[in-house]
Each structure stands twice: as structure tokens, then as C-alpha cells.
Design a protein around this ligand. Sequence first.
Ligand code: ADP
Ligand code: MG
Length: 367
Amino acid sequence: MALINFENVGHSYSGKQDDYALQPMNFRWKDGGAYALLGPSGCGKSTLLNICSGLLKPSEGSVSFDGKDVTDMSPEKRNIAQVFQFPVLYDSMTVFDNLAFPLRNRGASKSHIAQRVAEVAHMLELEDVLKRRASGLGAELKQKISMGRGLVRDDVSAILFDEPLTVIDPQLKWKLRRQLKEIHKEFGHTLIYVTHDQVEALTFAEQVVVMSEGEIVQVGTPQALFERPEHTFVGYFIGSPGMNFLPCEIDGQDAVVDGQRIPLRAEQASAARDCNANSLKLGIRPEFVELAGNQQGLDLQVSRISEMGQFRLVTALLGQHEVKVKIDNDHGPLEGPNINLHFPPEWICLYSNERLIQTPNEATHGH
Ligand code: ADP
Ligand code: MG
């Protein structure tokens, strides 16, 4: 188990500085932490993970494990288990031998091997195929074996997973994720789990690291990412649908969007004024917008209502800007072409140049 520290770690495959796959960053992966690394395809997740494991040497900066510089060390020396998106197996070996391989490699005793392979095979439901050769097995089984190989050693510094469940059916995926969580609780490995799927990330990890274009844009609990996205990308990427963003101006205590005034928290309005906000946007989640009822609210024009079972997803226009709102079904039918909405000030976020404007109060609670 290890605390992994990145100091000014950046990577450019071409060697050119304006061409970073990973922007230079400082980051500390806590010893025993369970992290999900979340972001769209091509944002640099695998690059970052391979730098952690030692498969890739960063073009800049240094990596240390528990204070020891490992930048030039191989994955074996770093004592890391890594599970890849596409299974890496020895086709001619049996499933048992594939699972036992990482242990034999380290000179583990026969009884320890038998015990660990049995445990992992049980966990991944591979008991029935232990004697079969890997070559004849389907993609899903192969991926499970590949995962098993990552989990079979209990003495590694960290286990890194790179989108390991891509080919696995949703039901089993869910189960495997739960098992990973259990394993983490039991052994306390430092775990980094890469995925482009927000549901996977949010259900797996204590801390979710969100990446966009080679940069870590936020690290936080699923709740923090949902309630206080620190970057518009996080608001947009997490949630279904994502956060609403409306270009706005500040006038007194209000945000003004297309001539309509939206009251803000006093400290929020003043923070926006103080920071000389640039390309200011107001963000609010579809879940947090309310019907204003008889109170004075914002007047929006409904353009679409979709029935989603538990709720209706209403798309409406505030001036020229689209706003999505989730409305519980117990609210009864929606009348008329217009809708009267309330944006609760406590759920409004303001962004300047795509970054959250922190209010003094929030900044002290920040990560
Ligand atoms: P992700 O895992 O999030 O999909 P990657 O880390 O694989 O992203 O890729 C980040 C960026 O680096 C992408 O633009 C990708 O095309 C580029 N890249 C990845 N691997 C290589 C490589 N071996 N050589 C050159 N460019 C690469
Ligand atoms: Mg990848």
C-alpha cells in the first residue's frame, strides 16, 4: 500500500510542450484511497494511469511512492497490479495457471497460491472453468480472469484498473463493482479505477477525479461533484441531463439572464463582482429548479415535456436559453405554454471562465 505523489507530472507523446496529453500537475493519491478516474475518451486517463504504474515515463516531473522516487522504476519494481481494458492472458495456460501467475512470479508457496486462487475464483465465479485453457473462452470470461490476476496478490502497493468492465454485461458489472468495494474495505489497497461511465465512477469511489483535456478539473465525493461542480465541464458531464448553464450579468443582488432577474445569495453576488468575472455563467441542476406556484418566479416558455416515469423532464426557454427541469409527477399536470419557475439561491452556482466562483463561506469547506 502506498501514498502516490505526482510532482509537476506532465506528459507529451510528441515531446512538444504545446501538445500535452497530460497537463503538468501536482497530485497526491492517498494511501488506501479508492479513486475513480472519470472523463471522456481521449482526456488522458490511461496516460495518467500508466504513469502511476510505470508503464509510461512522464516527459516531465516525478512520481514517488511513500516518499521514494520511482519515476524510473518498472511496474514490477513498483509492485503494482494493473488490469487493462483488453484482457492480457496466456492463452495456452489454464485459467488456474493464469490466476496463479502473479503469485508464482513472486515465489509464493503452493498453499498460499491454492488459497488465493480459490478465493478470487469464487469471487469472480470462475470456479467452473479453472481447469480450462484460456484460449477457448469468451470475452467476458477472459476479462474476469484478467481482473482476477489483478486481485490475486494481496501485497501490492496499488491496484490500477483501466476500464476493466467494458465488455461485461450490466448485471455482472454491478456485482463486480460491489465486490471491488468489498475487497477495498478488506485489504485497504490504494485503488484507482478508470472509467468514462459516470454511474460506474459514482457508485464505486469515495473520491472521483474528473478529467477533461489532459487536466484534473475536480476531485471530490459524488455529492460534491453533483452539488458544487468546480468547473462547467463537471456540471455538464455529471448528471443526466447535466447542469443548466445560462450566460448572465450581475446587477445588485441578482443575476440577469435575458432581462429576467434571478436573486442570488448576497455573498455570491459580491464574490462575482469582486472577481471581475469573465464570461459569467449561472449554473443550476435540473433537479434543483422548482415550480414557483403562486409566488413570483421566472417566466419560461415550455418547448417540450418528456415523461420519464417518476418525473417529467421539462425543456423550457428562458429568453433564448434552454433550461431543463425535473418535475415530480405528484405535482399534477402542467398548464399552458408557459411555466413559472424558482431557482433556489442555495443551489445556484456562478462560473467565471468556466470555473466556479467560490464564496468565502464555501472556500473554507473546499477540498
Ligand atoms: P483516455 O484513456 O482518457 O481515453 P489516453 O490517455 O489514452 O486517453 O489519451 C490521451 C491523449 O493522448 C489522446 O489524445 C490520445 O490520442 C493520445 N495518445 C495516447 N496514447 C498515445 C501514444 N502512444 N502516442 C501518441 N499519442 C497518444
Ligand atoms: Mg484509456
